[in-house]
Design a protein around this ligand. Sequence first.
Ligand SMILES: [Zn+2]
Length: 329
Amino acid sequence: MLLRAMALYLLLLLSLLNLNIISSLGELQRLEHPIRADGSLSALVIGDWGRTGSFNQTDVAFQMGRIGEKLDINFIISTGDNFYENGLKGVDDKGFDDSFSSIYTAKSLQKQWYSVLGNHDYRGDVIAQLSPALRRIDSKWLCMRSFILDAEIAEFFFVDTTPFVMHYWRNPGHSTYDWRDVAPRDTYIANVMKDLESALKESTARWRIVVGHHTIRSVSIHGDTSELNQLLLPILQANNVDLYINGHDHCLQHISDMDSPIQFLTSGGGSKAWRGVFNSNRDGLHFFYDGQGFMSLQLTQSSVEVVFYNTNGDALHKWSMSKEPLSAI
Ligand SMILES: [Zn+2]
């Protein structure tokens, strides 16, 4: 009995030490997703969607299913604001089924979803939305704060952008934000930036893609997010990031950075849209669609192709780019 108790104590001590080592290194959690045998991958990207099917959410879901099958997608990325208006109330909130499992029913969408949180998710029980209990209800669901998805030719760096935005802390209005495990803000975002920067510096992937909820550049109602421009963008520009993908503005847009090769891609048309706001900025705007839709992303070692679709599944805008093939040494 004594031996058993000592063994348990030792195990507990080791696990505590292990946790400490992980947190002191401050590394972002890393997930891996296999890609096709030919070294290519494709994914769909959707944001700002969970409204129990209303505001054309089901139409978008239907077309995602169709395009997802055609492209034989590997996974799906959600750019946040997953559950309106106030996230999930708990792990047993029926909104999870009404806005997610019962909506994205097409066979091609029964792939792994990789999600970040949006500001509306922070108005609910964030711990519930991040909980593995939801994965036991629907295994395709996965939501984390900041993490890395290693997909061989590409690394996706998911960043929890809501805590960056000072407005939510200082002027929450009638909303309550769930800052558990986040406050104090300065320490939290300093750690996120440090971890992201070191992960980007260490990355050897062909493509470096950063995913967050908030805009860096946008011509729609929310416009640019000044905190991300000030704090996050310099890290992306200094570390050869190819794409920054976001939601938050309920539209589809493609903007080129004037100071680096970064492309800003907004896929926030998962349900309610048509805000009727357009404010041009100094950046290179290629495409803006104020309505509902989603985006596809196709990658090989030497090419990237992005396509935006509306609720009819029409391809509204295509953009592609090539990189020199790796020399076979
Ligand atoms: Zn948002």
